[in-house]
Design a protein around this ligand. Structure first.
Ligand code: GLV
Length: 386
């Protein structure tokens, strides 16, 4: 053999436990981890279809939608963005993106790659008012408005209520990324007239990454079915994917081989959301975020998002104190406590710490653990300078 068997793969797999308190992924609960060990099923087996139907119902519940075109993409949260622009945009269409951090920047990049004329409204680390949005839609007349509900790079949560009324008035589609916000703050896809929403499995939903819930309104479905050109990316073509997921009144047809283990995990994660109830989960999130805010203030941190009502309760951003190197603190917390917190991303790189409280880790005990670790890290990383 010219390429010999690698020595590394003769060693056992070793995976340490880490407490994931960054912007995601988070640690799934035991019931979800156990679900990953069920026997593998074929993607076109009866039992798999039942599991997919259960998942659809669970996604409809967490999004608060009756959308028929609801399914989970076999890819990370990023695929939600690709699916939106691939299915709803054709070259030359106008897209308006609200950018309050890294993820909005990425959305505008993807929209451009699909040939859209893109306009951005930029307020890094801040929210947009209804008036600003209304004016921009009135003058630019986009086919689609794209919003990040919870920006993990800056820790901002964009209010959504009232925007759907505006987009409807101008025949504009409303697309929302809820990757980091769903089940942390209220979200009502149908009541808020949202045309397409997707979320991350690995954050508040408490499942592993790699499977992305997404739903399209009737209006969005009409746009997909009346496009002039084919959806350019086969992998996210909703007309074909929707048939595998039994979303239309037609028999199921093959699109791709789904990962049954991830679907079991997502099914159980959604079952946990149903059992706990969204309202309870959101209350718990608020309570734990409040505990974290108090603790961070006691440690002398300043918030990157000053007004509390603008903060995303699942990811808190605090300014890196003078004389402290954020990478050093992040590495210290990992090395000594095996806890994952993160520094900034994109426009906040080097400027903030990002502390996540998500899903199974949304408890006052986990908040206390991360605060203790930060206190120790600040003390030691400051000391090491002198
Ligand atoms: C992931 O969502 C991140 O913000 O790092």
């Amino acid at each position: 053999m010219e390429v010999p068997p690698p020595e590394e793969l003769k060693q056992p797999l070793v995976v340490p436990y880490k407490l994931l308190m960054g912007p995601g992924p988070s640690n799934p609960p035991p019931r979800v981890m156990n679900a990953l060990t069920h026997p593998i099923l074929g993607h076109m087996h009866e039992e798999m279809f039942q599991i997919m139907d259960d998942i659809k119902k669970g996604i409809q519940y967490v999004f608060q939608t009756k959308s028929k075109l609801t399914l989970a993409l076999s890819a990370s949260g990023h695929s939600g963005m690709e699916a939106i622009f691939s299915n709803l945009i054709e070259p030359g269409d106008r897209v308006l993106v609200l950018v309050n951090g890294y993820w909005g920047q990425r959305a505008s990049d993807i929209a451009k790659r699909h040939g859209a004329q893109v306009k951005t409204l930029v307020q890094i680390g801040d929210t947009f008012s209804i008036i600003t949005i209304d004016n921009a839609i009135q003058t630019f007349r986009p086919k689609l408005l794209f919003i990040i509900h919870g920006e993990t790079s800056t820790g901002v949560c964009q209010p959504l209520e009232g925007i759907g009324e505006i987009t409807k008035r101008y025949n504009c589609l409303l697309a929302v990324d809820t990757v980091a916000s769903l089940a942390a703050v209220p979200f009502k896809m149908d009541a808020w007239k949202i045309d397409v929403a997707y979320t991350g499995s690995q954050k508040m939903l408490q499942a592993p990454a790699g499977i992305t819930p997404i739903a399209f309104s009737d209006r969005a479905q009409h746009v997909i079915f009346t496009r002039k050109s084919e959806v350019p990316v086969y992998y996210v073509d909703m007309k074909i994917l929707g048939r595998q997921w039994g979303c239309f009144d037609s028999s199921r047809t093959y699109h791709h081989t789904t990962c049954s283990s991830l679907l079991y995990a997502l099914r159980e994660a959604l079952a946990l959301a149903v059992e706990e109830g969204l309202e309870n989960r959101i209350e718990k999130q608020k309570f734990c975020a409040q505990k974290l805010y108090e603790g961070l203030q006691n440690l002398g941190f300043e918030f990157y998002v000053e007004e509390e009502y603008k903060r995303l309760p699942s990811v808190t951003t605090v300014k890196v104190p003078q004389g402290i190197n954020s990478n050093e603190v992040v590495a210290y917390v990992m090395k000594k406590f095996h806890i994952d917190i993160q520094g900034g991303l994109g426009p906040t790189a080097g400027k903030v710490f990002r502390i996540g409280i998500m899903g199974y880790n949304t408890t006052p005990e986990k908040v206390a653990i991360v605060l203790e670790a930060l206190k120790d890290a600040l003390h030691n990383c400051r000391k090491s300078k002198f």
